[in-house]
Design a protein around this ligand. Structure first.
Ligand SMILES: NC(=O)c1ccc[n+]([C@@H]2O[C@H](COP(=O)([O-])OP(=O)(O)OC[C@H]3O[C@@H](n4cnc5c(N)ncnc54)[C@H](O)[C@@H]3O)[C@@H](O)[C@H]2O)c1
Ligand SMILES: [Zn+2]
Ligand SMILES: [Zn+2]
Length: 387
């Protein structure tokens, strides 16, 4: 099969690799019809993680079931399914509680929790930016999609990660109807947090970034774009909240946060949120932070430490929640919202490409080139999207 392979910093190739196949009786084999490039792939693509050369990228996947193992009861050949990026078992102590991002069965290291397709430090699993994908514990992991999903793949594929992740961020931030919400990052994840805050009837949603195309997408769904190139985002958020700060804050950037000039500061968005959120406000962090980052320009962060404004955070009585999103905790409900026409996450999709163009897609999305807001690839030639 053809697959998107990591060759080293800022280099991917599409090459022939051995076909994915059923390895255990609980596996399902999926022919991938849509697979996205994610901001999480970019941390790996830039060589800022332990991702090993030769591994296959792709954790935002959907496709058609083409084979099932002998122990698969529910999922059928021919089903169109969306796969949570987290690979989980469904029966461990954490999965039982809905914490599928921290599954204790699927990591290959007993000291770890959580696994994902094509991801650094999250198990040996191949990614789905390929023609075929092996899905462990298929009955548990596959979300079987409604018939209309064949024609609306660019909406339904977002259930694999970023729509549930944006939702998770608003859950961590405890967004309630009538709240004011400040979101840092207008990448795909920040935009999905804005969509989720809207769906939860937030009164005012403010989204900070400096890319006009991304801010325009936030504005399209009624959020207030905050351009930090034009002035302090903290001041702008205060102006929109009578000087009090937002009720809730969402971090959707991660450790490669940078100032508008391009200089990286891993603590920038965290500290901006402490300043942008009101006394007793709540903050959700889904932007990725990692335990070591030898390539960081920041001395502290090479050991995974950030200079967090803890004094002010404590003084304001704020609280924070963070981590990977438990996609399975939300994907069925969010699927219903898409099916009922109440959510259309495909509004952020800028490009649909064949798999062969993965190197191009990575390069432009990594540069945050104007107009490259979300890339969906179709490895098996179909281009059924609704964009
Ligand atoms: N927790 C999870 O389960 C989960 C899932 C998916 C993605 N992620 C992470 O979420 C983060 C965002 O993903 P994405 O796909 O949207 O990525 P992205 O890189 O496309 O978007 C990040 C955006 O943040 C902006 N930004 C950078 N510095 C900023 C700053 N100081 N203030 C405001 N905006 C700033 C960039 O301009 C960019 O538009 C990444 O760290 C990704 O790894 C986490
Ligand atoms: Zn992702
Ligand atoms: Zn588990």
């Amino acid at each position: 099969m053809k697959a998107t392979v990591y060759e080293g910093p800022r280099s991917v190739s599409v090459k022939e690799v051995p076909d994915a196949r059923i390895e255990r009786p609980t596996d399902v084999l999926v022919k991938i019809t849509s697979t996205n490039i994610c901001g999480s792939d970019l941390h790996m693509y830039e060589g800022r993680t332990d991702f090993e050369k030769g591994r296959i990228f792709g954790h935002e996947n959907m496709g058609e079931v083409v084979a099932i193992g002998d122990a698969v009861d529910r999922v059928r050949v021919g089903d169109l399914v969306c796969l949570p990026f987290n690979i989980s078992c469904g029966f461990c102590r954490n999965c039982e509680k809905g914490l599928t991002a921290y599954c204790l069965t699927t990591p290959d290291n007993p000291k770890m929790a959580g696994a994902a397709y094509g991801f650094a430090d999250m198990g040996p699993y191949d990614g789905g930016q390929a023609e075929l994908l092996r899905v462990p514990y298929g009955d548990h992991n596959c979300l079987v999609l409604p018939e209309e999903a064949w024609e609306k793949q660019t909406d339904y594929v977002m259930l694999s990660d970023i729509f549930p992740t944006g939702w998770h961020c608003t859950e961590l931030a405890k967004v309630q109807p009538g709240d004011t919400v400040a979101i840092y990052g207008a990448g795909p994840v920040g935009l999905m947090a804005a969509l989720s805050a809207n769906l939860k009837s937030a009164a005012k949603v403010m989204v900070v970034d400096r890319h006009p195309d991304r801010l325009a997408l936030a504005e399209q769904i009624g959020a207030i774009p905050i351009d930090d190139f034009k002035g302090s985002p903290i001041d702008q958020i205060n102006e929109h909240t009578n000087g009090l700060g937002a009720d809730r804050g969402c971090e959707c950037v991660g450790y490669q946060a940078h100032d508008p000039g391009g200089r990286e500061h891993p603590n920038l968005t965290l500290n901006n949120l402490v300043h942008s959120v009101k006394f007793t406000g709540t903050i959700g962090v889904v932007g990725v932070f990692i335990p070591q980052d030898p390539g960081s320009p920041d001395n502290l962060y090479r050991q995974g430490e950030v200079a967090f404004d803890y004094g002010l955070f404590w003084f304001k009585g704020q609280s924070i929640g963070n981590g990977q999103a438990n996609v399975k905790a939300y994907n069925r409900q969010l699927c219903n919202l898409i099916q009922q026409g109440k959510a259309k996450p495909s509004w952020i999709v800028s490009h649909e490409l064949p798999l062969d163009r993965a190197p191009d897609g990575y390069q432009h999305f990594d540069n945050r080139d104007n107009g490259w807001t979300k890339v969906v690839m179709h490895p098996n030639g179909s281009r059924p999207g609704s964009v």
